[in-house]
Every structure is written in structure tokens, then in C-alpha cells.
Design a protein around this ligand. Structure first.
Ligand code: NAD
Length: 377
């Protein structure tokens, strides 16, 4: 956690929670939108572009917090913001609630209502608001580009009078939203792609993208009712590492995206296995910031481990900040639109609704999400 927080605080966020387009749509709904000066610049949107759509630009975002009905964040409130937030304000953002217990408890104590976008269920109805998916799709693409940039070889096959180059071999471990985009990107770049996931249902999706699915028999695996991978037993973890060893040793690029919702990600690649890869091979650890799928990966950095370049830079979607902002701002607009009462001009915080029941984590002075209450103890 310390590593993650150090990296988080050192990174200048490039995304923004609104675009000129969503400002226009929010204004049409009857909302007054106030935006901090230059909040959109890093994603390609000037103050003027927002002002033209009806936003009021202010120098310091803190000024607008007191009395706001809704505050939209890319991430979460800072200490300075926390002090200024008013009772009954609805805060929406990537709160990272499993790692931000103190912040969440302070928001609750201040009677702020908090909606954590990470807790939005992965249902068909919630798809248009699903920020985890929108950012993970971009992350899959960016991770593959970073891997290719760091590899001392090309990805596609090339037949020339000077010789024939074989296509690179890419192995993707964890074929969820990010993994599938990494597969699609690697295929577009001409690589041979192999993938593995503990949820057998994804084999078909991997194959439909032109990848091969590595079949490993580690006994019963599967997914929770929300579609998240179940945690493996220690024996299963050992079997998985053993069965993947040859595929990893044979790969030029490995991308690991395995996460367990609300828990530390599994270690999938040990140093002994990295040592089997060709020197100069590249491994991207998507989970480096939350504990790591790869032994030796460092949150926020690219390091050499056993002759392999291990990339753990994180903040992947920010590398394509314009698209990341467009998608995230649309997710937030769709969320507000879904629950906005056009007559009262208020966001209706109906906690009976299954989306809000899961994603609103503080309300009425308390932490109200059961998963978090269990995690906090
Ligand atoms: P995630 O980020 O939680 O995990 C990434 C992938 O790693 C998952 O596919 C997971 O099965 C896999 N994984 C976990 N442990 C592993 C291990 N030891 N070895 C190999 N792979 C491992 O997943 P995600 O991409 O956020 O997707 C979570 C679920 O939500 C999936 O079932 C996905 O299909 C579903 N989903 C549904 C919708 C929707 O219907 N609206 C939208 C997006 C995602």
C-alpha cells in the first residue's frame, strides 16, 4: 500500500471527470457545472471549450465545494477537499475504497454520500456507467504498446531479402476486459498470442480474437456471481505457476492482468520463471500497484529483473488521456442521467436500486457497503 500511495501522490492526473460535451448535456439537464481552471488541459480540453458549453471556470476547486450537490472526481478528495465538503453532498469518483479506509470513514463521519465507481456492478444495465471497464480497455491497449516499445524485436513476421523475422510470441495471463484488449492489440500488431484465465468461460472470447487459450487443469475454478475470478487454493496456485512456466519461457512478451476484486492480486510469475525467459524479454504487470502479479515488479517503475524488463508503471489509461477522459466523463454522465429526477432537478439516491445499493459506500453518517465493512473489520 505504501508503494501504491507514494506512486499515486507523485503522478499528476491527466484525466478529467467532464468533457465539454458532458458539460453541455449536464447543463441541459438543469445543472450548474463549475470546473477548476485547467482541469481538462492534459486531456486536450481548454477552459474556453468548457466555458462555451456553459461551465463556470474557477481558479481553485476548493472554492466550489461548499454546498455543491454533486462533486465529480477522477480519483478522490484530497485532505483539503475533505475539510470543505458539506453534509449531504454526493461525491463520485475512483475512491479505491479497499485501500482508503481512513478517507472513507472520514467521508462517512462528515455525512457526505460517496459513490465509488469501482463498486458499480458489472451488470448489463450498468455497462454504460462502468468506469473500471472503460479504463481497463484502454489499459490493455497501452500495456501492449509499452511492451512493444521496450522489446528489442518487432512483433509481426517480416520476410525480406535480408532474412525472415518470425512473429513475436505474446502470452496474456488474465483475459478480462484489459487482457482481451491486450490480445486484440497484439494480434493487430502481428504477434502470435496465447492467453490463460482461471475463468474457463473466456476461452471462447480469446479464440474469437485470434488468440490461443492455454488449457491448464488445476481443478475447479470459476467466478463469483458478479463475474469476478474466485481465489485459488495454494495447491492450485502452485499448479498454475508450474503449468505456465514453459509458455512464459517461450514468450517474448508476457502481460499479467489478474486481479481479485477487493483482495490482493495473485503472484503468477516468480523470479525463477523470469530467469527462464530470453534476455530482453518484456513483462508488463498490470497489478504492480496493488501488490503485483510478478515477483520483483515495482509500482510506478520499469525495472530489470533476471535480464527481463518488468514494467509496473501503472496509470495506463492516462497515457491516452483524451480517450480516457471521454469515456470516463460519459460513464459519469450516464450515471447521473440514470438517477436524475428531471422534475425536482435532484440526483435521487435510491438505495433500493441495485446499482446504488452496491456503489454508494457512505451515506447518512455511516459506511454502508457490507463488503467494505467486512474488509475494514
Ligand atoms: P479483473 O480485473 O477483476 O481481473 C482480470 C482477469 O484476471 C479476470 O478475467 C480474472 O478472471 C483473471 N484472473 C484472476 N485470477 C487469475 C489467475 N490466477 N490466473 C489467471 N487469470 C486470473 O476482471 P475484469 O476485467 O474487471 O472483469 C471482471 C468480470 O466482470 C468478468 O467476468 C467480466 O466478463 C465481467 N464484466 C462484465 C461486464 C458487463 O456485463 N457489464 C462488463 C465488464 C466486465
Amino acid at each position: 500500500n505504501e508503494a501504491k500511495h507514494a506512486v499515486d501522490s507523485a503522478v499528476v492526473e491527466r484525466r478529467c471527470a467532464v468533457t465539454p460535451n458532458t458539460v453541455m448535456r449536464l447543463s441541459r439537464m438543469g445543472l450548474d457545472v463549475v470546473i477548476e481552471s485547467d482541469a481538462g488541459v492534459r486531456s486536450g480540453y481548454t477552459n474556453d471549450a468548457y466555458a462555451e458549453q456553459g461551465a463556470t471556470i474557477i481558479d481553485d476547486g476548493v472554492e466550489a465545494l461548499s454546498g455543491a450537490d454533486i462533486v465529480l472526481y477522477v480519483n478522490r478528495p484530497s485532505e483539503a477537499h475533505l475539510a470543505k465538503l458539506s453534509e449531504n453532498t454526493l461525491v463520485i469518483g475512483h475512491i479505491d475504497p479497499f485501500f482508503q479506509q481512513s478517507l472513507v470513514e472520514q467521508l462517512a463521519a462528515k455525512q457526505v454520500s460517496t459513490l465509488s465507481v469501482e463498486m458499480i456492478p458489472r451488470s448489463s444495465r450498468a455497462q454504460k456507467m462502468d468506469a473500471l471497464s472503460s479504463q481497463a480497455s484502454l489499459a490493455g491497449y497501452v500495456m501492449m504498446l509499452q511492451a512493444a516499445n521496450n522489446l528489442p524485436s518487432i512483433l509481426p513476421m517480416m520476410m525480406t531479402p535480408s532474412g525472415t523475422i518470425k512473429p513475436a510470441k505474446v502470452f496474456i495471463i488474465g483475459a478480462g476486459v484489459a487482457g482481451l484488449q491486450a490480445i486484440a492489440t497484439a494480434k493487430r500488431m502481428g504477434a502470435n498470442v496465447l492467453a490463460y484465465d482461471t475463468r474457463p468461460v473466456v476461452a471462447e472470447q480469446v479464440e474469437s480474437l485470434g488468440g490461443k487459450f492455454l488449457k491448464i487443469d488445476i481443478g475447479e475454478t470459476g467466478q463469483t456471481k458478479d463475474g469476478y475470478a474466485k481465489e485459488l487454493t495454494d495447491e492450485q496456485k502452485a499448479k498454475q505457476q508450474e503449468a505456465q512456466r514453459d509458455a512464459i519461457a517461450d514468450s517474448d512478451i508476457v502481460i499479467t492482468t489478474a486481479q481479485l476484486f477487493g483482495r490482493k492480486p495473485p503472484v503468477l510469475i516468480r523470479k525463477e520463471t523470469l530467469a527462464l525467459m530470453k534476455p530482453g524479454s518484456v513483462v508488463v504487470d498490470m497489478a504492480a500497484q496493488s501488490g503485483g502479479n510478478v515477483e520483483g515488479s515495482v509500482a510506478g517503475e520499469t525495472v530489470q529483473v533476471e535480464g527481463v524488463t518488468v514494467i509496473g508503471t501503472g496509470h495506463w489509461s492516462q497515457q491516452v488521456a483524451t480517450d480516457a477522459t471521454d469515456m470516463y466523463a460519459n460513464n459519469l454522465f450516464n450515471l447521473i442521467d440514470e438517477f436524475f429526477n428531471t422534475e425536482s432537478k435532484q440526483f435521487e439516491l435510491n438505495l433500493e436500486d441495485e446499482i446504488l445499493a452496491q456503489s454508494v459506500i457512505t451515506h447518512g453518517g455511516a459506511v454502508i457497503n457490507d463488503m467494505l465493512k467486512n474488509a475494514y473489520g
